[in-house]
Design a protein around this ligand. Structure first.
Ligand SMILES: Nc1ncnc2c1ncn2[C@@H]1O[C@H](COP(=O)(O)OP(=O)(O)OP(=O)(O)O)[C@@H](O)[C@H]1O
Length: 129
């Protein structure tokens, strides 16, 4: 799943940095069920946008919402991994706060995405009725 090398030194060049970053994304997508739901929802929203022929500014809001959700889910997974690394999965109140706060960031990004989706798509869908 992750790159097979056991490198712990700095990346040698831009290509290697991008390759590790891409693998990071693949690992999140494979390990986190929520990320797969976010990606599916994002793809559906892009498909609807194409179908309903969104205007340029609507595309911008939609892309912002999708990227915000994906970014916050990645950050949430980073926090979960670092907390698990530090606590070795022992109960710790600070660990709970850190994980729950990171999850709250995803929640707010998802609420923003729902709001953007409603504002953009609802009037267009109602017009079709
Ligand atoms: N080391 C810990 N100490 C205290 N509470 C913890 C600890 N690890 C997890 N928790 C609590 O358990 C919950 C679930 O933790 P877990 O690591 O499984 O997150 P998750 O289910 O993957 O979260 P998400 O749904 O956001 O991906 C956390 O939100 C937190 O409240």
């Amino acid at each position: 799943m992750a790159l097979k090398d056991k490198q712990t030194t700095k990346n040698r060049n831009l290509l290697q940095s991008v390759r590790h970053a891409f693998m990071g994304f693949i690992v999140v997508a494979r390990l986190e069920r929520n990320m797969r739901w976010h990606l599916l929802a994002g793809l559906l929203a892009l498909g609807c946008g194409w179908w309903l022929q969104l205007a340029q500014n609507e595309w911008l809001w939609l892309c912002l919402a999708i990227f915000l959700v994906i970014q916050s889910e990645i950050a949430n997974t980073v926090v979960e991994n670092v907390v698990d690394l530090l606590t070795a999965r022992h109960y710790d109140l600070a660990a709970k706060y850190a994980k729950d706060m990171a999850a709250a960031a995803v929640l707010f990004a998802a609420l923003f995405a729902i709001l953007v989706g409603l504002i953009i798509f609802l009037p267009k869908l109602l017009q079709l009725l």
